[in-house]
Design a protein around this ligand. Structure first.
Ligand code: FAD
Length: 320
């Protein structure tokens, strides 16, 4: 029998992020002919045609209290939609918001949770979710013990829905957000002006390590990134050395990324760095030490000085 699956859309700056389409793809597989419901929480969010993306029902909570993420307001909105949909599975993005919200909701409902899912197999009796363990050194397959349960999905790993477009029914949901219910009220969010491409959604990332040697050493990486429409990332080594902002840090204690192409420049390949990027589809490493561990995970390795190799790549890509 078909299942009811609830996807909590990942919204940033009033836009629905790509990982939502990937969650809807997974939800259609899990639903097995049942219904895919998408919850869109926020304030004046630009909602695309989610029926075309595979949603059967779209549940919208549009309220100023949801303009900025707070666990108490978002939990309240999710619980209200959950009560109406009564799903067997609830999916969140493994993003900054999803990682915080999923356990808050799961705890309140007493659900089990499977986190940071990178693959899904629905061919057996029960779904099998693949997720990293030991800081990404290995992957394990887990199956839920009981329904309902919560799942967080790592961006850029699962396939969006590819079936024919559906006509989604939209439901406006009113939730009253009283100040006493809300443990936190965000008055203002001051954005850091990073510009450029969002790291966690980037298809190409050019990443710099301690080998760039200074803040100015990132300049050739930024040039290559501009030519390729890529985002710039960094190792913690580079961040700790003050060469760049911690917002760029990739790894166990930084961002987890899965781009189509990851170019590591002057990064040794410590396990904590690999935890954040080893599931990238193609990895290119540029390092002057042929013994650097990064070459063990790289699909293509260039042994050389990044200050020579990176400008050469930029020149060649400019010709394409
Ligand atoms: P290094 O290890 O110093 O490597 C620099 C590399 O640059 C070397 O391989 C060198 O051969 C090469 N190089 C130098 N000059 C050039 C040149 N001109 N051209 C080409 N190559 C050159 N690290 C992370 O990245 N992310 C994390 O999230 C993270 N979390 C951590 C959490 C914990 C609890 C701990 C203990 C550590 C964590 N680390 C993390 C740190 C991690 O262990 C490493 O110290 C760090 O990744 C090293 O950064 P690096 O590769 O840039 O520097």
């Amino acid at each position: 029998m078909g299942k009811n699956i609830l996807v909590v859309a990942d919204v940033r700056h009033q836009n629905v992020r790509q990982v939502t389409n990937e969650m809807i793809g997974a939800a259609n597989e899990l639903a097995q002919g049942g219904s895919v419901h998408v919850a869109v929480l926020g304030h004046e969010v630009n909602i695309p045609d989610l029926g075309a993306k595979g949603a059967d029902d779209v549940w919208v909570v549009n309220d100023e209290s949801l303009k900025n993420y707070t666990p108490s307001a978002y939990r309240k909105a999710v619980l209200e939609i959950y009560r109406q949909v009564n799903p067997q599975v609830i999916l969140f993005a493994h993003s900054a918001v999803g990682k915080d919200l999923a356990p808050v909701v799961a705890m309140r409902l007493g659900l089990g949770q499977i986190s940071d899912v990178t693959a899904l197999d629905v061919s057996g009796d029960k779904p099998l979710f693949t997720r990293p363990i030991y800081a990404g050194k290995a992957f394990t397959k887990v199956t839920p013990k009981a329904e309902p349960y919560a799942v967080t999905i790592r961006p850029n790993n699962l396939q969006p829905y590819s079936g024919s477009a559906k006509t989604a029914q939209t439901h406006e949901v009113t939730v009253s957000f009283e100040t006493p219910d809300l443990a936190t009220v965000v008055r203002e969010v001051v954005q850091k002006a990073t510009g450029g491409v969002d790291l966690t959604e980037a298809k190409i990332i050019i990443s710099g390590g301690r080998g760039v040697k200074s803040a100015d050493g990132f300049a050739p990486l930024k040039e290559l990134a501009d030519v390729l429409g890529a985002a710039v990332g960094a190792s913690r080594g580079a961040c700790d050395a003050g060469y760049c902002d911690y917002a760029l840090q990739i790894g166990q204690t930084g961002k987890v990324v899965t781009p189509d192409l990851y170019i590591a420049c002057g990064i040794s390949g410590a396990i904590q760095h690999l935890a954040g990027m080893s599931s990238s589809k193609v990895i290119v490493a540029i390092n002057k030490d042929p013994e650097a561990p990064i070459f063990q995970v790289a699909d293509y390795g260039i042994v050389g000085d990044l200050f020579e190799v990176v400008p050469l790549l930029t020149e060649e890509f400019k010709k394409v």
